[in-house]
Design a protein around this ligand. Structure first.
Ligand code: BGC
Ligand code: ZN
Length: 367
């Protein structure tokens, strides 16, 4: 079967390869689920991998099959599988268990191992191919009515984890009632975080770089959020007017904005969630005394979040369903750049970060 492989560490090495089709028996004890891959979304991580800045090949292999935002359909199941049936739509979790305590309780997203295993990213082949065989524990069932937007589930799960953890951490306050949230970044994760927070009833302000109106600002406003371009108003100016936010979700992919947000945007007792994977070497100077004092005197929290476990994928299914019911067609508007067929993977890579692109995805087979 066809697959797209890269040589990690080497720039622009994506190439079409031919690999053997997996077998149901690859998973022991009759627990294999054979999945036909239908759609595969790409993001900034794939861009970094293709630039040779990120990504690790599996042991004993010089290439890595990329792709981690999948949607597939079950074709065949092993005799001991009860959870799925042929015809079911599924999304695969990205991270696989390592050895730490957190991995043992099925939360590999929290692993403390140095090496982590992520399909299409780190040490395990990904889904930019035609079939995979998996254990049911790593699959999430998608309701039939969501299959047209379910390629968004993996990035949704990343936003869900950050938001769910923020609420868990804030149980320290006993009576936390967040009313106002800020989202930094209006790309896929920023817009998905916006709709999740709107579903929870918060007033949301989404900050992006570009000046409105454009598709991303329209999408933020369509779910009742306010959109602000940081070219028109700085975070400091905004905070002076608004008094800051109970929850700030950072998904801008630009690390200096983290310190700007720490400095200005977090209200007393508030929480700042960091979700951007910034692979570079950028440095910046910050007003450290002021930031420190403000966090101490305001009882503020900042934490980082990566990946997601089953709980967050399942919360993502719920929020996608609510979003589809409340704002019909909104999720589909995020799917801006379809590319048809694995053979055209280079078009997909070129579309990443192109003007107007929100979600770039490859249509691999008919849904
Ligand atoms: C993926 C996550 C992954 C992270 C770090 C993101 O693009 O969506 O699943 O944990 O990259 O590798
Ligand atoms: Zn990703």
């Amino acid at each position: 079967m066809k697959a797209i492989g890269v040589f990690p560490g080497k720039a622009s090495s994506a190439h079409l390869i031919d690999v053997p089709r997996p077998a149901l028996e690859d998973i022991p004890h009759g627990r294999g689920v054979m999945v036909r891959i239908l759609r595969l979304g790409l993001d900034g991580t794939d861009k970094e991998i293709n630039a040779g800045e990120y990504g690790t090949a599996p042991d004993g292999q010089d290439y890595l099959i990329t792709g981690h935002e999948s949607l597939g359909r079950v074709e065949e199941i092993g005799p001991a599988v009860t959870e799925f049936a042929p015809g079911d739509y599924v999304v695969a979790r990205v991270r696989r268990a390592g050895d730490s305590l957190y991995d043992l309780i099925d939360t590999p997203d929290m692993t403390t191992d140095d090496a982590y295993y992520e399909h299409g990213i780190s040490r395990v082949n990904g889904f930019l191919t035609e079939y995979y065989v998996e254990d049911p524990r790593y699959l999430i069932k998608i309701p039939q009515g969501l299959k047209h937007v379910a390629v968004l589930l993996e990035p949704t799960s990343v936003a869900e984890k950050g938001i769910i953890e923020a609420y868990e951490i804030q149980r320290r306050l006993k009576v936390w009632q967040p009313r106002r949230a800020a989202v930094l970044g209006a790309g896929t994760i920023g817009l998905l975080a916006t709709v999740i927070l709107r579903n929870r009833g918060l007033a949301v302000t989404t900050f992006g770089l570009d000046e409105p109106p454009y598709l991303n600002s329209d999408l933020a406003e369509a779910v009742g959020a306010a959109y602000i371009s940081t070219k028109q108003q700085s975070l400091a100016q905004n905070a002076a007017q608004t008094g800051g936010y109970d929850l700030v979700f950072e998904a801008a992919g630009y690390s200096p904005i983290v310190f700007d947000a720490m400095c200005h945007l977090v209200a007393k007792n508030g929480i700042l969630v960091l979700s951007s994977v910034t692979g570079g070497m950028r440095r910046s100077e910050v007003p450290s005394d002021a930031i420190n004092l403000d966090f101490v005197l305001g009882n503020k929290v900042m934490f980082g979040t990566v990946n997601a476990n089953r709980e967050h994928f399942e919360a993502g299914v719920q929020d996608l369903a609510v979003a589809e019911a409340q704002y019909p067609g909104w999720l589909s508007r995020l799917l801006t750049h379809p590319v048809h067929g694995l053979d055209h993977y280079d078009e997909a890579l070129a579309a990443l970060g192109a003007p107007g692109a929100i979600k770039v995805f490859v249509e691999i087979a008919e849904a």
